[in-house]
Write a protein that binds this ligand. Structure first.
Ligand code: PLP
Length: 363
């Protein structure tokens, strides 16, 4: 575990586009995802409330990622077509048909982001190519293909897949649009729009929590892959004037954020297989890093077995979620039993994905 005691007092500003909520509301299949009150867990951990934001069904997909992929794709294409970000999706589709029929979306993925990009491409009537690491399982590849994408296997890990997606998009020139949920040197705008798009989840959760408790969450637990979601969470909650604790959780074999925090410099790790597939990333996004370095209060890693145990426990609270989402409870327990949390804390777990197949870890 890594604790940054200075993060509690650290604040930042947020310049989120106010049009994002309206954009999401107008997408096909949009509705607020549920907030589950996990009262048996709050009783067990002696906390005031533990809520889980259940992202198992978000616009027809079993994860939150479409919030970022949709907004970033829309922003990137309206920019290409020189349209204002007030036009509706039909106008964007018409503009593509008139000026950029060969437009193709590219992305690298561990699963959820690629599926979301593929869905957006289909919605806009354009092609998508999604690059996946060699070890990605067949059922996840099939699900990406079902959204209409061409899936390309890369001989290597997620980092390699990002490079291949970037290079292939580049070869297509102006019609090759990389929609990547991690930033690197020279590629920042679109990743920032993805981060911005995730803010809808926090806004929904805040109003749902307020309706029950008349307060804001005091502790937010966020799963971390490349850290874009955590960047969105830190930016949102550390800019609101309500002191809060952000707990970031990673899988043990992919703890690039914790390694970076410990060495105080952006550090890559080579990853191994984990049931928390969406978090299996070896490098923190370049634009997320400076924000996470200052704003993450506690960084925790969990094992596959701990994530699985928490998933089973959350099922009893009617949460039908996957291992990345359940990792948040595993991390919360470690913090409560380690440095501890205020007994009056209202805790928000970001349950980022729905249930999916995985090999149950042996103990
Ligand atoms: C289900 C799930 N949860 C959390 C994350 C973490 O998001 P990020 O990679 O932005 O840290 C991902 C990333 O793909 C994911 O698929």
């Amino acid at each position: 575990m890594f604790v940054n005691s200075e993060a509690r007092a650290w604040t930042c500003s947020s310049a989120i586009d106010a049009k994002i909520d309206t954009f999401h509301c107008n997408l096909p299949g949009y509705s607020q995802t549920p907030l589950l009150d996990c009262s048996s867990i709050s009783a067990e951990l002696s906390l005031k409330n533990v809520f889980l934001k259940d992202e198992s069904a978000r616009m027809g997909l079993p994860a939150f990622k479409i919030l970022g992929a949709s907004w970033a794709t829309y922003k990137a294409i309206t920019k290409l077509l020189q349209l204002p970000t007030t036009v509706n999706v039909q106008t964007v589709i018409k503009g593509i048909a008139e000026k950029h029929q060969g437009l193709t979306l590219f992305a690298a993925t561990e699963g959820n982001h690629g599926r979301a990009v593929a869905k957006m491409a289909t919605l806009l009537g354009i092609a998508s190519q999604i690059f996946v690491p060699q070890y990605l399982n067949k059922s996840t590849r099939d699900l990406i293909e079902k959204e209409g994408a061409c899936v390309v296997e890369v001989l290597g890990d997620y980092n390699e897949a990002v490079v291949r997606a970037k290079d292939t998009a580049h070869e297509l020139g102006i019609d090759g649009l990389l929609i990547q949920d991690t930033a690197f040197d020279g590629y920042e705008d679109i990743s920032q729009w993805i981060v911005d798009g995730y803010s809808t989840m926090m806004k929904e959760a805040d109003s749902q929590i307020y309706n029950i408790t008349q307060t804001r969450p005091d502790v937010i637990v966020v799963p971390v892959g490349v850290g874009s979601l955590a960047q969105s969470v830190v930016t949102h909650y550390k800019s609101q004037g309500h002191p809060c604790t952000i707990i970031a959780v990673e899988p043990e074999p992919a703890n690039c954020l914790q390694m970076s925090l410990k060495s105080d410099t952006l550090t890559s790790v080579s990853t191994e297989d984990t049931i928390m597939c969406g978090l299996n990333c070896g490098t923190v996004s370049s634009i997320a890093w400076p924000i996470l370095q200052k704003g993450v209060d506690v960084s925790v890693y969990v094992t596959d077995a701990e994530a699985h145990e928490s998933l089973v426990q959350l099922k009893e609270c009617q949460a039908v979620i996957g291992p990345c989402a359940a990792a948040t409870l595993a991390a919360l327990k470690k913090v409560v039993r380690g440095p501890g949390l205020d007994k009056n804390a209202v805790v928000l777990l970001l349950g980022t994905e729905g249930i999916r197949d995985y090999e149950v870890p042996t103990y």
